[in-house]
Design a protein around this ligand. Structure first.
Ligand code: NAD
Length: 296
């Protein structure tokens, strides 16, 4: 029997805890935790993600502000917005929505985010410490953290497991591979130049699929009983649906059903966890900054 992992229900439960913690923080400090968002890119999906994140903040009682730029903005405009959020005492977390317009130096912008407000976990120091033994980053990126929480929630044995991550992007594949390694899995990272992916997957107890190719990974490539977290969120045409399209994962769910032990669905798997982890990081940042201020 294949268990379908219900990311929506898990995220919902965590958000109830977040709401309670937000209220607790606000009652102790006189203001809620705050998230600052920078949107300086032309991708319509980014604007939608920012709207969803701000809506989730509102529902959780987290204050949010957005700096939204048009295509004629300069690198310095965006950098100044980051500096303003760094200095704003009502803001505890900063999110720079990627990708940025071409004229903006992404590396410099991410590096400008105050380390203790880097709730997206993309500051090179946070990614660096994530990869180092004996060091802990202040924050880990939202989507990879969501994958790890889903694995923990279903009681997957990570230590000693063979884990294969399909994809090596800075946003998903690479950080989730580092997190699995920190949790003592034996990690293989597959990518676009990997030869014979089915052979690589054959012995994987845990699979994190993040290649962005609809229904690519077939059930017969997967080990019987494997745990599969499908990060892929791929839009495909669907004339039968009202919108004319729908989203599918990287794993062909129908062929995987009956073979794997547990798998997330798309949508309703990793997606709802991502924003939840961002909210959680924002509260973590708020408590840490408030504690530092009390010490000073
Ligand atoms: P990306 O395009 O930056 O990276 C894709 C990775 O897949 C690359 O490292 C590439 O080498 C690898 N790849 C490409 N073809 C491959 C192949 N044939 N075999 C093995 N590896 C291959 O994408 P991304 O930003 O990492 O996103 C990956 C997927 O996850 C997308 O579908 C995206 O929409 C989804 N995503 C979902 C969430 C969420 O919250 N649910 C968040 C981020 C990304």
């Amino acid at each position: 029997m294949t268990k379908i992992i219900d990311g929506r229900a898990i995220a919902e439960r965590i958000r109830e805890d977040i709401q309670r913690e937000t209220a607790d923080f606000a009652s102790k400090h006189g203001h809620p935790p705050g998230l600052g968002v920078v949107l300086a890119g032309g991708d319509p999906a980014s604007a939608q993600y920012v709207r969803m994140k701000r809506r989730a903040c509102e529902a959780a009682g987290i204050h949010s502000v957005a700096h939204v730029f048009s295509a004629d903005c300069t690198h310095d405009d965006v950098l100044n917005a980051v500096h303003a959020l760094n200095d704003d005492p009502q803001i505890h977390g900063i999110l720079v929505q990627l990708p940025l317009f071409d004229q903006i130096d992404e590396e410099a912008i991410l590096e400008a985010v105050r380390l203790d407000k880097d709730v997206d976990g993309f500051h090179p120091v946070n990614i660096g410490t994530l990869g180092m033994k004996g060091r802990e980053p202040l924050f880990t990126p939202a989507t990879p953290t969501g994958c790890m929480v889903l694995l923990q929630e279903i009681g997957a044995e990570i230590s000693g497991a063979n884990a294969v991550v399909v994809g090596r992007s800075n946003i998903v594949g690479l950080p989730v591979a580092l997190m699995l390694l920190k949790a003592n899995a034996t990690v293989t990272v597959a990518h676009s130049r990997t030869k014979d992916l089915p052979a690589v997957l054959q012995n994987a107890d845990i699979v994190i699929a993040a290649a962005g190719i609809p229904n690519y990974i077939q059930g017969e490539w997967l080990k019987a009983g494997a745990t599969v977290i499908d990060v892929g969120t791929n839009r495909i045409d669907d004339p039968d649906s009202e919108r004319g399209y729908r989203f599918v994962g990287d794993v062909d769910l129908e062929s995987a059903r009956g073979i794997v032990g547990a798998i997330t669905r798309v949508p309703g798997g990793v997606g709802p966890m991502t924003i939840t982890m961002l909210l959680q990081n924002t509260i973590k940042a708020a408590w840490r900054i408030a504690a530092q201020e009390t010490e000073e």
